[in-house]
Design a protein. Structure first.
Length: 215
């Protein structure tokens, strides 16, 4: 009986030793990547929570809806200004794709109709870009500052000229771009004229009027 007890104790001791010598299983670490948007558009992965193993590099893409454009990403991403970029999930993270309302009128549009009016809706604190065909080599240009009927509703924040891709081609058209900020609820109009600004120059060759409703 005593020998059996000794044998049992020996087996138990050996088992405990073998168990203690086994490598400790590695703990699986996972984090949550939360995708979000402001404005109208979609993301890949889709909006919502996604679980990844720690240090996974995730490809993300932002796609604006019709009439909207991508602005940037907010959050810890590799390139905040690119529609396609990556994020390393080394902790719980939230990444937001920001979109804004975009209105664009081409030279072809103005050739068909010299005086164009449109309407658009923007959320309070949202932004809006207006892009119009422009060819300063002809002497015509849009006014840098747009005429805004109610500046308590809308505020112009920037203006720039983008030269044509066909650099060096005389007479090629570029684009002028204005950005506006929606300040409060209401309705305001943005009016622009395409003219030769010197005395005696043609005025209002093209006109563009945008009625903006801020909600």
């Amino acid at each position: 009986m005593k020998s059996k007890l000794i044998l049992v104790c020996a087996v138990v001791a050996i088992s405990l030793c073998l168990f203690a010598c086994l490598p400790t299983p590695k703990q699986v670490v996972e984090y949550t990547l939360t995708m979000a948007v402001t404005g109208n558009g979609t993301t890949t992965p889709a909006v919502g929570d996604h679980i990844y193993l720690a240090n996974t590099v995730v490809n993300i893409t932002a796609t604006p809806d019709a009439g909207w454009e991508f602005v940037n990403w907010t959050g810890d991403v590799a390139d905040p200004n690119s529609t396609t970029t990556t994020v390393t999930v080394d902790t719980d993270k939230t990444v937001t794709a920001n979109f804004q309302v975009s209105v664009a009128v081409s030279c072809d549009d103005f050739m068909k109709q010299q005086h164009i009016s449109q309407e658009v809706e923007v959320a309070v604190d949202g932004s809006l870009t207006v892009t119009l065909c422009s060819n300063p080599t002809t002497g015509f240009m849009w006014s840098e500052t747009a005429e805004i009927s109610d500046q308590t509703v809308l505020q112009q924040t920037s203006h720039s000229f983008v030269p044509p891709e066909e650099a060096g081609i005389v007479g090629a058209a570029g684009q002028e771009i204005w950005t506006f900020k929606a300040l409060k609820e209401g309705t305001s109009t943005i009016s622009m004229e395409y003219s030769r600004p010197w005395e005696g120059g043609e005025k209002g060759e093209w006109t563009f009027v945008l009625t903006v409703t801020v909600k």
